[in-house]
Design a binder for this molecule. Structure first.
Ligand code: SAM
Length: 253
C-alpha cells in the first residue's frame, strides 16, 4: 500500500466511497493513487498546472499501473474537467486565496459536484467566505498537526443537498456575557471548531497570536497614523481571539 502523509490520509477520509474525483494541484498524484489503490474511487482526474508536477503525477500513476482509473491532465484549476464529470473535488496544499480563485474561475465546472474537500495552508477564512457566497455549506472541519505544521481540512456540500444552512452554522454565539462570536470571528476560527475545540486547534491559535503579536510589535515602531490605526485594529483582533480562547478553555476544564 502506498504510504502517504497523515494530512493526505485525513483528506482521503473525506472522499465518499464510489466517487469520481478530481484532485486539483495534485503534484505527485498521491491522493488519487492512494484512493484508487484502496478501491474507494471509481475514477480520478489529477490536474496540474505546472509541467514538473504534471510529469511526476503521470509517473506515479504509471508506476502504480492505474492509468485506466486516473487520468493526469495539464491545465489551470478546474479547466481540466468538464461539467458533471466528477462528484468530488479535492484541492489541497495551497493558500486559501488561491483555492477560492480556482473555485471562482471554475464555477461552471461545479455542476454535478457533491463534495468539496479543501485544505488551505493559510487563509481558511477566505475559503469559508467563498463557500458561503456561492451556496456551499460547510459540513465539517478537521484539524491535524504533522511535522510541526497545523492543517485544517474543510468539507462542503451544495446547499440543495443538506438541511444545514449557513445562517445556522454562522449564527452569532454568546459564550458568556459580553463575549460574543460574530460571523467575522467564526469565519476566522471555524464554526465547528468553536463548538468542539481540540488541543491542536488551541495550539494553532496560540501560535497565530504569537505571529500577530510580532506584527504588532513591528507596527509599534512606526509613528505613522496609518500604522497606529492598523496596530489598534490588530490589538482589537487579538483581544477578541484571546477572550474566546480563554472562555473555551475554561469550559473544557
Ligand atoms: N495537493 C498536493 C498536496 O496537498 O500534497 C500538492 C500540493 S502542492 C504544494 C501545490 C500544487 O498545486 C503544486 O504542484 C502546483 O503546481 C499546483 N497548482 C498551483 N496552482 C494551480 C492551479 N491553478 N491549477 C492546478 N494546479 C495548481
Amino acid at each position: 500500500m502506498l504510504k502517504i502523509s497523515k494530512r493526505l490520509e485525513m483528506i482521503a477520509g473525506q472522499v465518499p466511497s464510489g466517487s469520481r474525483m478530481a484532485d486539483i494541484g495534485s503534484d505527485h498524484a498521491l491522493l488519487p493513487t492512494f484512493l484508487a489503490l484502496q478501491g474507494k474511487i471509481t475514477k480520478a482526474v489529477a490536474g496540474e498546472v505546472n509541467p514538473g508536477p504534471f510529469q511526476a503525477a503521470a509517473k506515479q500513476v504509471k508506476e502504480a499501473q492505474l492509468q485506466d482509473r486516473i487520468e493526469v491532465r495539464l491545465g489551470d484549476g478546474l479547466a481540466v474537467i468538464s461539467p458533471d464529470e466528477v462528484d468530488v473535488i479535492t484541492i489541497a496544499g495551497m493558500g486559501g486565496a488561491l483555492i477560492a480563485s480556482i473555485l471562482e474561475a471554475g464555477k461552471a465546472k461545479l455542476s454535478g459536484v457533491g463534495t468539496l474537500v479543501l485544505q488551505p495552508n493559510v487563509g481558511e477564512s477566505i475559503v469559508r467566505s467563498w463557500l458561503i457566497d456561492n451556496d456551499w455549506i460547510l459540513t465539517g472541519e478537521q484539524i491535524l498537526e504533522e511535522d510541526h505544521k497545523i492543517y485544517e481540512i474543510l468539507t462542503a456540500v451544495p446547499k440543495a443537498q443538506t438541511e444545514l444552512d449557513n445562517e445556522m452554522i454562522y449564527r452569532r454565539r454568546e459564550l458568556v456575557e459580553h463575549v460574543a462570536l460574530d460571523r467575522e470571528l467564526l469565519l476566522k476560527l471555524g464554526p465547528y471548531f468553536i463548538d468542539r475545540p481540540d488541543e491542536v486547534w488551541f495550539r494553532k491559535w496560540s501560535l497565530e497570536l504569537d505571529k500577530l503579536d510580532k506584527i504588532r510589535r513591528q507596527m509599534a515602531m512606526s509613528d505613522l497614523d496609518e500604522a497606529k490605526r492598523k496596530r489598534q485594529e490588530l490589538e482589537e483582533e487579538m483581544r477578541q481571539i484571546r477572550e474566546v480562547l480563554a472562555c473555551l478553555q475554561k469550559d473544557r476544564r
